[in-house]
Design a protein around this ligand. Structure first.
Ligand SMILES: NCCC[C@H](NC(=O)CCC(=O)O)C(=O)O
Length: 446
């Protein structure tokens, strides 16, 4: 059977903006209140999908969420007409209002954790939407994410959908940004690797002091249990608390894996030697893992964070692997030097492709943040909502849709404007038809 790893990228929403909502994510707070360009952001995302398709990676899309989240504002005591809710919230509680207008669902690496059928006890593909409890604006995502995933992966025979974990910091879950899978071939069983920031029920373990640990060990363990993963093929490792305090808010900012390779910075894990030993032990039945370590002397941690060297997409292309890296990696001397050198050695990684996703990068989202990886067999592929699987013509149609409906400048002050919100609804209404999602948006249901 022919299995493939699909990338489901988040389509950037028409309300893409910079509100500085993510404490601990230095790009987000550093660019707070600068104007955004939603049209350029969405086109950069679509261009990235085109590039990945050209490299042979099948590509799907996940639709953006409706914002502002009027219902959340109503639950916080703002009342009257929708217009009144929005204008009063923006005047009286601008920070809360901004959180309810975020386009953060574009980073689909945080949408869910996905385990392929080769790893799960019931041989179904399992999806657990992430509760994203650490950030208010992101904690609003999971109900829509779950209903969207159910419409994109509707077959009960092949797909198993869970609810998000309990909404408590003890079970803080950030989805696939802290989850990696190793295997020889996508259709074969492999090792699932969960990286957490803190143990919520064990205060003896070290914790970051400055910035929050967004993923807990207990959340990762719960996901592994729910997905029916074999304990011998599941590894949990703690992220280095010092790296979190330097701005590494998810593991995918400091390491990336694919196939039998792990590309990581030496400061990624709290206990590097134990993490590698645990991974190799779990992988022993399948073979040898290729650990590609980047030393601080080669790339200082700050350069890795600002360039997003590890938020690259590590993909299999024929018999080798390629890194799809943001152009910031080309512009950061240490990183560019490292990558130019890397491809000349006999490592698994023999190709680097640079892409421009600056609109997303300015909020701390690189190429890897924008995609959710889903391994599918041929039968599972046939059971997916086909309108969400991309080809050249569909990408072109989405580009046309973006150019027709998206603004090229949005200031945070525009976000409560009635005309702007109406434009966003018109865009999403048309998109729900293009992607055959039915009346999925709240404004279509009232
Ligand atoms: N995986 C990348 C996620 C980036 C995301 N940024 C944000 O939500 C910033 C939004 C803003 O500041 O407007 C986050 O930190 O979760």
């Amino acid at each position: 059977m022919n299995h493939q790893e699909f990338n489901f990228d988040g389509l950037v929403g028409p309300n893409h903006n910079y509100a500085g909502l993510s404490f601990g994510n230095v790009a987000s707070t550093g660019n707070a209140n600068s104007p955004s360009n939603p049209q350029q952001a969405a086109l950069q995302g679509l261009q990235k999908m085109r590039k990945l398709m050209a490299l042979g990676i099948p590509q799907g899309v996940l639709a953006p969420q409706q914002r502002p989240h009027v219902q959340a504002l109503r639950s916080l005591g703002f009342s009257g007409s929708d217009d009144n809710v929005l204008t009063t919230a923006q005047q009286q509680a601008p920070a809360i209002f901004n959180a309810c207008v975020s386009a953060s669902s574009m980073w689909t690496a945080n949408a869910a954790t996905v385990s392929p059928s080769a790893d799960t006890a019931d041989a179904k593909v399992h999806f657990s939407p992430a509760n994203l409890i650490n950030k208010f604006h992101r904690s609003l995502e999971h109900p829509f994410t779950e209903s969207l995933l159910r419409r994109v992966f509707p077959s009960e025979q092949h797909f198993s959908h869970h609810h998000a974990l309990p909404m408590s910091d003890h079970f803080g879950d950030e989805g696939a940004a802290n989850h990696t899978r190793f295997c020889n071939r996508y259709g074969e069983a492999g090792v699932e690797f969960f990286v957490y920031g803190k143990a919520a029920f064990d205060s003896r373990q070290p914790q970051p002091q400055k910035y929050p640990a967004r993923q807990t060990l207990e959340a990762s363990q719960a996901i592994a249990r729910r997905h029916g993963l074999a304990p011998s093929q599941t590894v949990f490792a703690q992220q280095n608390p010092a790296a979190i305090d330097a701005g590494v808010f998810h593991n995918d900012v400091i390491s990336v894996g694919n196939g039998n390779a792990l590309f990581y910075h030496e400061l990624a894990f709290a206990d590097e030697a134990k993490t590698l030993a645990d991974l190799q032990q779990a992988f022993d039945p399948f073979g040898t893992l290729d650990f590609i370590k980047v030393a601080t002397a080669q790339v200082p941690l700050q350069d890795a964070i600002s360039s997003y060297l590890f938020n690259t997409q590590l993909i299999s292309v024929g018999d080798h692997m390629a890194l799809v890296a943001p152009t910031e990696c080309e512009q950061t001397d240490s990183v560019h030097r490292y990558l130019s050198d890397l491809v000349t050695h006999s490592s698994s990684i023999q190709q680097v492709e640079y892409i421009d996703v600056k609109q997303s990068m300015r909020n701390g989202g690189g190429p890897a943040c924008l995609r959710l990886r889903v391994v599918l067999s041929e039968q599972e592929q046939a059971a997916v909502n086909q309108a969400c699987i991309m080809d050249e013509a569909k990408i072109t149609a989405l580009e046309g849709w973006v150019k027709e409906h998206y603004r090229d400048r949005v200031d945070v002050a525009d976000l409560a404007d009635t005309a702007f919100i109406q434009e966003c609804h018109t865009a999403l209404d048309e998109l729900s038809r293009l992607l055959q999602l039915g009346s999925i948006y709240p404004f279509q249901q009232s």
